[in-house]
Design a binder for this molecule. Structure first.
Ligand code: BJ8
Length: 425
């Protein structure tokens, strides 16, 4: 661990003792889950490096940006329009919320029967173990689910928080409400940064974010190949890292990885045996370092080829139309794009059901695993409809409800083994 990093963390108010425990636990887990995989694309080396230095170089960049007078905006949800933040020369960083370590800290304040993602994100701040949240000038929350919106009230006692109102329906009046929210967010960001968002700046930022979406789309397209050229774990890591790395660098690294994978595909190189059952994972997002389900599935012999989640297709499938139009036209296009995200917080949310079936067919999967964080009521209830829809489409489904702890790993393995055995017939 570099002395420079320790000094930086200290200056950021990090609880060094706790933070040491967190990092020393993370690296062996990474070794076991990631570095033990065979025949990985070389391009994953960049993402290994990023995780290996998870609270180092990137935090230093953000800090330098802040020292130079720039602002850092932290988020927990794919509904926060990154284009607006970038257009004001600020940096948006998606916060990690995927470790049991911070869950136990949060449980000193939040009710235990809250979803692990909410507890983990709150615990990072309460325990002062996340240099990203410590570096940020503003946390932007949203009114997606009840647990989150109440957590943001408590979080605001520790950190400046602004909450965007995400409607729960996709009617015309809801769309108008959301458009007003995006306009108000633009003003909040302009005030925070002191920078005006012009039409020109916004169109450049839109192209930048779209380029990263296009790169991720390209990666997912390649996952359709047979044999499967990259593990689900690796692909998941790529999307997770894209939440907090520099946008242009992430785009470039993902594209470089895709170039290599394209060559693999043309040579018929894969990372799983040709008969490995292909799985689509659908449901709650998986924030870094939540690799639990993918690891269980892939060590049981399955190949995860797609995620219908916010750390998967919901992150990048929809682009914002790129126009040089006037500022308000561009804001409308942005608002419209974000309203197409099929979060289970919406009612009804039929498009998500259609998407799951469409993706299952496009990726030619043998089964779907519906992943539900325990105490997430929106995804749990929507799973009833997912089950019915997949049943009608004749696609096998396994419903998993879990958290970040290890206690149920054995039980999950047994259920996954039985599911894969059923699929293999
Ligand atoms: S757009 S999925 S990122 S809200 S798992 S905290 S819903 S209780 S994370 Fe999400 Fe935005 Fe929707 Fe996507 Fe609540 Fe459920 Fe927890 Fe969740």
């Amino acid at each position: 661990m570099s002395i420079d990093n320790r000094q930086m963390w200290q200056e950021l108010g990090i609880d060094l003792e706790r933070h040491d425990v967190l990092l020393s636990a993370l690296l062996p887990i990474y070794q076991e889950i990631y570095l033990s995989q065979q025949n990985r694309p070389e391009g994953m080396g960049f993402f290994d490096f990023v995780v290996g230095d998870i609270h180092g170089i990137r935090v230093r960049e953000l800090r330098q940006h802040a020292i130079d007078g720039g602002k850092v905006v932290a988020t927990y949800c794919v509904f926060v329009p990154e284009e607006i933040v970038l257009a004001a020369d600020a940096i948006q960083v998606g916060l990690c919320a995927g470790t049991q370590f911070s869950v136990t800290i949060a449980e000193k304040v939040l009710p235990r029967n809250t979803c692990a993602l909410i507890k983990s994100s709150f615990g990072f701040k309460l325990g002062r173990i996340c240099p990203y949240v410590q570096t940020s000038h503003l946390v932007v929350g949203e009114t997606t689910c009840d647990g989150k919106k109440k957590m943001f009230e408590i979080l605001s006692e520790h950190q400046p928080v602004y909450v965007m109102e995400v409607p729960n329906k996709k009617t015309e009046s809801s769309r108008q409400l959301w458009l007003d929210e995006v306009r108000a967010f633009k003003e909040v960001i302009e005030k925070l940064t002191g920078n005006e968002i012009t039409a020109d700046k916004l169109s450049q930022a839109t192209k930048k974010v779209n380029d990263r979406r296009r790169a991720l789309k390209r990666l997912y397209e390649l996952r359709k190949a047979n044999p499967v050229p990259i593990s689900g774990k690796d692909a998941l890591l790529v999307t997770q890292v894209s939440f907090y790395d520099d946008v242009d660098r992430a785009t470039q690294q993902i594209n470089a990885l895709c170039d290599e994978i394209e060559a693999r595909v043309s040579q018929g190189i894969g990372v799983f045996p040709g008969n490995a059952p292909k799985i689509l994972v659908s449901g709650s997002p998986m924030a870094i370092p939540n690799w639990k389900l993918h690891h269980i599935l892939e060590t049981a012999g399955a190949a995860v080829v797609c995620e219908e989640t916010c750390t998967g297709t919901r992150l990048f499938s929809e682009l914002v139309p790129e126009t040089d139009g006037n500022l308000d036209e561009q804001i409308k296009a942005i608002a419209d794009r974000y309203m197409r995200i099929n979060c289970a917080c919406f009612t009804p949310n039929e498009k998500r059901l259609d998407d799951i079936v469409r993706l299952a067919k496009e990726y030619q999967v043998d089964g779907v695993v519906h992943y539900n964080l325990q105490f997430c009521h929106t995804y749990a209830n929507e799973a009833v409809l997912v089950e019915r829809t997949l049943d009608e489409a004749g696609i096998p489904l396994l419903r998993i409800e879990t958290d970040y702890a290890d206690e149920d790993t054995g039980q999950l393995r047994t259920r996954v083994d039985a599911f894969l055995e059923m699929i293999r017939g």
